[in-house]
Design a protein around this ligand. Sequence first.
Ligand code: FAD
Ligand code: SF4
Ligand code: SF4
Ligand code: SF4
Length: 394
Amino acid sequence: MGHTICEKRECTGCSVCVSSCPKKAIKIDLDECGFYRPKIEDNLCVNCNVCNRVCPVNNPPEVYGPTKAFAFQNTEEVRFNSTSGGFFHAIACRIIDDGGVVCGAAFEDDMVLRHIIVAKKEELAPLQRSKYVESSLDGIYTRIRDYLRNGRKVLFAGVGCQAAALRNYIGEDKNLIIIDLVCYGVPSSGLFRDWITYIEKKYAKVVDVRFRDKSYGYYTPNIKVLFENGKYIENCRDSNIYAKLFFRNLSVRESCFSCHFKTVDRSSDITLGDLWQTDGLETIKDDDKGTTCLFSHTEKGKELCQELGAVEIDKEMLLAKDAQKMVSCISTAAGTGKFWELYKERGFEVIINTYEKDNFLRKVKYLIKSLLNRTGLSRWMYRKLKMKKIRDNR
Ligand SMILES: Cc1cc2nc3c(=O)[nH]c(=O)nc-3n(C[C@H](O)[C@H](O)[C@H](O)COP(=O)(O)OP(=O)(O)OC[C@H]3O[C@@H](n4cnc5c(N)ncnc54)[C@H](O)[C@@H]3O)c2cc1C
Ligand code: SF4
Ligand code: SF4
Ligand code: SF4
């Protein structure tokens, strides 16, 4: 039997094993369900175990408890182009001002999500916003190491398994700042590409997907697919099917169901997430434009949060209210096996026709949602729902 790194169901696709293999014996590619998966060429492997030691599943890095909790709101313009309060943009600007570089996930021209490195503030826009798909980190670890060796500061932002992989690869370095995200899980890259291909065949070339578009407010969910010709689609079967499969937990990577990195203590410097409940915070006003919640885990992380003007909030209160999302894994959906069998055997178009039928009722549902959004009624309804949730939690 050939060399194995970690159990297949636990592998996160972080690809740090690929970067660390001294014999270049590991390649990463999409498996039959469209997830990034490392493959070892046995004839090149010398069983040195370097890949096993760097793999964050086999060998989780040391974690630190949150030292402090903060809330952050950037300017309205930055927040509109961010998922929550735009903290990522603020810290990225600081690192660039200090002569450093920023590494985050961006859609490239082929609409594949990859971690890229930028050194100018004008290049930050594609890195902003959460993208609900696996990001490719192939080759990124060695590039980060090279920047650090040249004395440059590096800010890295990614999901927990990627942050842990980078920490294992680099270790502690005063010039490295690692941000990880509160993470629901990630869907298959192959499925995402198939969805984009399906949409492009029907409409036009896709240039961006905004999974948490704020056109109707922070609390009103809206997915917007933007085309090269300046047009876009939203609130319809074609724009919503991909996220529907994600939030039904059907298209999520297997490792996300028993994630090792969803803990309150983290190996990162700062953890970012959405702050849904701003009631009781005097200096943060809930204006339906988004607030980032932050947990600092290191001295360096805490100092950066403070210097950037994040407002300190009661850590224990935030953990009591909101820690569930830091630690609880999503559960496997009934019918996942059938879903993947169908996808592998019959492809994406059969999936969409099975899971979101194109019938009269569906069209009426989207029409009503669209009207509610455009008249501002959905914004009002979602705020009411949010207030009810807060009252129920008291
Ligand atoms: C897949 C995913 C699931 C998430 N689930 C939750 C959740 O359940 N609860 C919660 O509170 N918050 C969740 N978040 C985090 C949240 O959506 C925001 O990213 C966070 O609030 C920071 O927002 P911001 O406005 O400060 O920065 P933003 O401008 O939104 O910056 C987001 C940063 O995330 C990076 N990023 C975007 N997509 C990916 C990706 N697919 N893989 C790796 N890095 C990526 C970008 O490079 C950027 O640096 C999730 C994020 C992702 C990517
Ligand atoms: S055991 Fe060593 S040579 Fe083999 S794949 Fe892992 S790192 Fe590469
Ligand atoms: S290092 Fe990452 S990609 Fe490689 S086996 Fe471990 S989890 Fe999978
Ligand atoms: S849930 Fe865990 S394993 Fe899945 S992408 Fe997020 S951090 Fe990685």
